[in-house]
Structure formats: structure tokens, C-alpha cells
Design a protein around this ligand. Structure first.
Ligand SMILES: [Zn+2]
Ligand SMILES: [Zn+2]
Length: 459
């Protein structure tokens, strides 16, 4: 296509290239430059199943292809004539651009250099001490997670370092690793606030030696990837007895795997997540997690991530300040507050002690916004990643709104809440509800599938 070779045009072309390689990222948050907003024209994603969305090494590029129809942005009449009959597709596997017409498909090598995003491309992020974020997509490469986090105003984030539903994956490329690191620096994220999530397949508590070894190798591979990326933390589900052995036996298997992994890696901290506690799953009770940690040799290499939905489903009633305090007291007694390295902030679709691992958007479940208010005034959870795993929508407006409201809560004292009799909390919940409703009406929802599949994750 022909375009005048001005710097503005180069920026537009290059930014479009960034947008094309970051399928579910809006690069035009409020406050973004006008030039950036102009390049985000009509953009339509094909509908993808959620596991494919989170799958960082898709095998089915055609389904995951990002389609952009961008006729409106071309200046020259000639270009406009050409583009109205073409659809631009970026292949997420190799980044090559494919120009499709109704009758033919041909490949064209990259001819413009990528423009790396800068801090100025995104709306300024909140500056409080509660590091809030979300589990963002790694589609197209782990390096895209950093941009995805910045685009929703997150100060912390989670990611999968390989497909969470496969035992193995292609190694991280040098280019991916270098870009991930440079983007962390450019977009000002500390590895302290990044909490990668392990594969759902891993069960280090499995009494079957062969199956446990397979899980361990997948686990070790994840840990090595994290170290390659310069990350400090790695969050995983403790596992399950699979109904064959006692919980104590599984706790020892898990601790043995951790000791082995700590010897085979250099610095990564393995962070155990509390679970909803259904069936044979380990980690519903804090005593399970304490039981693992007691058997870990290098205590500096182990930590805990508290999931609000899981703890509520497991029977910890944190809906009141007193309940939250009592939970934290039990955590301290059974595990030790010094081990708290991160949290997952999720509302719950299941009621107290339901044992259901079903995440809901913030404020819209059984926990309600009030719960997150007394969580987000607790200084003990400052400066650790606080990551939402709430239902996700295509345009990420829901996550942006949830983060905006959570950040407001973290700046609101308990006495202020009492003074307003919770009126703010009601209207802020309505704000989230309205954005969720709009996203549902637009047919953007893809969260339900994630939650249902997570429930089945460890058996
Ligand atoms: Zn988890
Ligand atoms: Zn979680």
C-alpha cells in the first residue's frame, strides 16, 4: 500500500502493527494520544474458546487470527480502494501478515519495524500501595502480557508461562524473553508484583509415582521459564489426593517436590494457593498449606497466595471486618503472615462453604463490594500482587472498571464508609454491573467457560 513517508504515518502504521499483534488489547485507554486513538479503527476478533485465548502457543492460528478492517484510516484514495476489499490478518504463530481477499490468500513478510509501546501510550496508573491487577492474556507471546496489563491500568498481573492445559510447550524464544524484560522496564512493572500461575494439570500430591513425576517435570519447566523471564514468584495449586491416600501423604509428596524443585532452580519462590476444598483437593484448610510448608527445607523459597473466592467457598466468612480479621489470625497461626506473597481478588458465585470454585466479577457475587473494602484497607496486603481472575470480556472494559473501583476502595477509610452508610459501595457496584451488562449485551463474554473448566482442574 502506498502512504506518504511522514513520521506520523510511520507511527500510525507501526502502532497498528502493535495492535495487530496484541489481539485483545485496546491500545486507546483514556488519555492515550490522539494519534494512537486514530489508528484503532474497526476491530473485530473472531470468537475463540477461552482456553485458546489463554493458550500462548496456539496450534490453530486460523481460528485465533485477529481481523482488522481498516479502510477508514487510509489517506490516499488508491489505498482506500485496495483496503475496502481486503482484510488484514495477523498470524499469531509467526507474526507474519496475511492479506486476504475473497478470492485469494497470500503471505507478505514484515516490511515495517515494530514500534515498542511506551508509558505515554497508556492512561496513568493508580499510585497507591495496594498493587491491583488481573490475570492477563499471553496470546501471541508472554511479552504481550505486559502491554495487556498496562492497557487495563493494572499495577500487578498474572500470566501463564506456557499453555495451562498442556504438559509441554515450545521453549520461550530469546526475542520473547528480551521483549518481556524490556517492556517490564519501559512500562514500570516490578517482578515483585507479577504472579505467574501454574498449569492446571499439575498435581504434585498425586500418589502415583509416574503421574507425579510427569506433573513435577511440567512444574519444573514452568519454574525455569519464570527464572528465564526474571520473575520472582510462581503460584500453583497444591494438588489432590485423588481419593487414594490420606491428605498427610499428599502433603509430603508436595513438599518433596518443592524441595527437589528448589534444588534444581536458583531463586524462584513457589507460592501455594488456597483452594475451595471440594472433594479430594488439598489446600481448602490453611492447616494443609501449613503442613506442606513445615516440610519445606528452604523456607525462603515458599509462599502462599490467598484467593478470596476459594477461601469463602472453603468456609472462611470474610464478609465482615471481624470475619476478615479472624481469617487473617488463623492464617497467621496455621501458616504465618510472613508467607503471604500474593492474593487473588475474586467475588464468588457460590455461597459460604459451598466448596464451589466459581469466580464472579467484583461486587456481583456472594462476597459483595463491602468485603473488598475491608480487604483493601488492610496494610498487611500492601505491595504484593493482588490479582483478579474474574470473568473476562473481549474489550476488557469490565476489568478496567473493576480495577478502577477497587482502587477507589483502597483509598477509602473504614470511617468514610461508615459515614456514607455504604451508599458509595452500592453505586460503585452498580457501575460494575452496568459495564458487565453492556459487555454481555454485546456478546463479549467468555469468562463462564474459564470458571467451569477451573472447577474441574484438579481431580
Ligand atoms: Zn489458581
Ligand atoms: Zn485463584
Amino acid at each position: 500500500m502506498s502512504e506518504p513517508d511522514t513520521s506520523t504515518t510511520m507511527l500510525r502504521r507501526s502502532t497498528r502493527r502493535v495492535a495487530a499483534t496484541l489481539p485483545h488489547v485496546a491500545l486507546d485507554p483514556p488519555g492515550a494520544s490522539k494519534a494512537l486513538r486514530r489508528v484503532r479503527t474497526v476491530s473485530k476478533s473472531t470468537t475463540v474458546a477461552d482456553e485458546e485465548q489463554l493458550d500462548i502457543n496456539p496450534k490453530r492460528p486460523a481460528k485465533k487470527a485477529k481481523v482488522e478492517v481498516d479502510a477508514a484510516e487510509e489517506d490516499s484514495r488508491e489505498s482506500r480502494r485496495k483496503l475496502t476489499s481486503k482484510v488484514r490478518v495477523t498470524d499469531e504463530v509467526d507474526g507474519e501478515e496475511v492479506i486476504e481477499t475473497k478470492t485469494k490468500r497470500r503471505r507478505k513478510k514484515k516490511d515495517v519495524p515494530e514500534l515498542e509501546p511506551t508509558l505515554a501510550d497508556f492512561a496513568p496508573r493508580p499510585t497507591n500501595a495496594w498493587k491491583l491487577g488481573a490475570h492477563v492474556s499471553a496470546a501471541g507471546g508472554v511479552e504481550n502480557t505486559v502491554v495487556n496489563a498496562a492497557s487495563i491500568g493494572a499495577n500487578a498481573f498474572a500470566l501463564f508461562v506456557k499453555s495451562q492445559r498442556k504438559w509441554t510447550g515450545p521453549p520461550l524464544t530469546e526475542e520473547s524473553v528480551a521483549k518481556f524484560k524490556s517492556r517490564l522496564e519501559t512500562l514500570q512493572y516490578s517482578p515483585k508484583h507479577i504472579l505467574p500461575h501454574g498449569s492446571y494439570l499439575i498435581n504434585l500430591g498425586n500418589p502415583d509415582d509416574e503421574k507425579r513425576e510427569k506433573a513435577y517435570q511440567c512444574f519444573l519447566d514452568d519454574l525455569k521459564r519464570c527464572e528465564q523471564l526474571g520473575l520472582h514468584l510462581y503460584n500453583f495449586h497444591p494438588g489432590s489426593t485423588v481419593g487414594i491416600v490420606s491428605a498427610e501423604t499428599s502433603l509430603t509428596h508436595i513438599a518433596d517436590c518443592l524441595n527437589r524443585a528448589h534444588n534444581e532452580t536458583s531463586s524462584i519462590v513457589t507460592v501455594i494457593e488456597n483452594m475451595a476444598g471440594a472433594g479430594n483437593v488439598i489446600g481448602g484448610a490453611f492447616s494443609d498449606i501449613g503442613g506442606i510448608i513445615r516440610q519445606v527445607d528452604d523456607k525462603s523459597r515458599v509462599g502462599v497466595c490467598l484467593d478470596t473466592c476459594h477461601m469463602f467457598a472453603a468456609g472462611y466468612d470474610i464478609r465482615t471486618r471481624e470475619g476478615w480479621s479472624a481469617m487473617m489470625d488463623e492464617f497467621d497461626a496455621e501458616i504465618g503472615l510472613q508467607y503471604l506473597r500474593g492474593m487473588h481478588l475474586n467475588d464468588s458465585k457460590g455461597d459460604l462453604a459451598s466448596k464451589k470454585d466459581r469466580h464472579e466479577n467484583i461486587g456481583l457475587g456472594f462476597l459483595g463490594l463491602k468485603t473488598f473494602h475491608h480487604i483493601l484497607v488492610d496494610e498487611r496486603i500492601q505491595n504484593i500482587p493482588l490479582v483478579m481472575e474474574t470473568p473476562q470480556y473481549d474489550d476488557n472494559e469490565v476489568w478496567r472498571k473493576e480495577l478502577e473501583v477497587l482502587n477507589r476502595l483502597s483509598g477509602l477509610s473504614i470511617s468514610e464508609e461508615v459515614k456514607t452508610k455504604g451508599a458509595d459501595l452500592v453505586s460503585w457496584t452498580d457501575e460494575i454491573q452496568a459495564v458487565v451488562k453492556a459487555a454481555n449485551a454485546a456478546g463479549n463474554k467468555k469468562g463462564a467457560k474459564v470458571v467451569q473448566k477451573k472447577t474441574k482442574s484438579v481431580t
